[in-house]
Design a protein around this ligand. Sequence first.
Ligand code: ZN
Length: 385
Amino acid sequence: MTAATWDEVLGQPAAVQTLRTALVADEVAHAWLLVGPRGVGQQEATRAFAAALNCPETTTDQGCGTCSTCRRISRGAHPAVADLEPKGANYLVDDVREEWMPLATRTLTEGRRRVLRISAAERMNEAAQNAFLKILEEPPPSVVWVLDVEDEGALLETVVSRCRRLDFVPWGPAELTGRAATLGVPEEQRPAMVRAALGSPERLADLADPDIAKARWDHLSLLDRLATGGPGEVIPAAKERVQWARSRVAPVKERNAEELRQLGEAFGVEGSQGWPPGVKARLTRRFERLERQEQRRCLDLLLDDLASYLRDLLAVQAGAGGAELVNLDHEAALRRDADRLPAADAVVGLQAVVRCREALDRNGNPELQLERLLYTLALPLYRAA
Ligand SMILES: [Zn+2]
């Protein structure tokens, strides 16, 4: 990404139009609620909006895209623009009082409007929402809040009603096919990959990564592995998939170590001496969080794959096929497995995927949770065999 302009917001013409109209009319709400699936352009739209609000060369509804302000906003490195993310499972009242409020009331050293984006805002617990409500009731004049949510039902009505709502939609096949080309996906693989991306450009980018594409194949073959390998396959399969998720954390660890090294150099650290107070502890916490997030993201890829396969299995049993399937490239396997796993057990399997996700949210042990899920799928297969 090079410039924070509207051209970089793909697949969201209605949301972009609303934001640009607000800029032209000079009616920028102090809080916006972006409702839609994650990662379909919310960050790009927020940055283009922030650039239009802060670029010194702005043309009413768009930043110039080339000045230092626009370029730093595009990189996420401008002091007036911040992405706020949960440090653990939820945002807590302390996050609102000790981090967001000081940030919102601090004097701007650069730019005209501070733009603060709260990603996964539905993860504010009720106390945090009530504290945040106080800010929304007396908003600091130069601040624009952008709340990113998948489901606004988890937010208090009083918070929702103080925000202007904007819908973000899954990407269509045209945008995804274009992105697949940019990502270098061979033309013959694009239709299946676009379908498997489920409207998400982030998932598409994952699927274009050969290691993740191979993992998807492994995930979609799990049912066959359980059906042919017998009950003894459950524990090794669970262990192997968790090991794969852990292996994906290694590059994140390397990046973190490199950042720590560079910062240490900038601070003139020798050995472990010379860090300003609190800095290293803060960094370590952030790095650990990034590493945990990556492992979880990979386990979620596995769960998404399994859920989509079970969904397809039910569709095949109901007479669907071809373009109606999510996993176009697995139709033959789906037809085979549709005869092995009765529909009622596929539904139980889908519920087990949901329970596995919830258990991981509560920091459940990944291997044990995955074993439980695989046993749920495996037992009816053995009964049938
Ligand atoms: Zn600019």
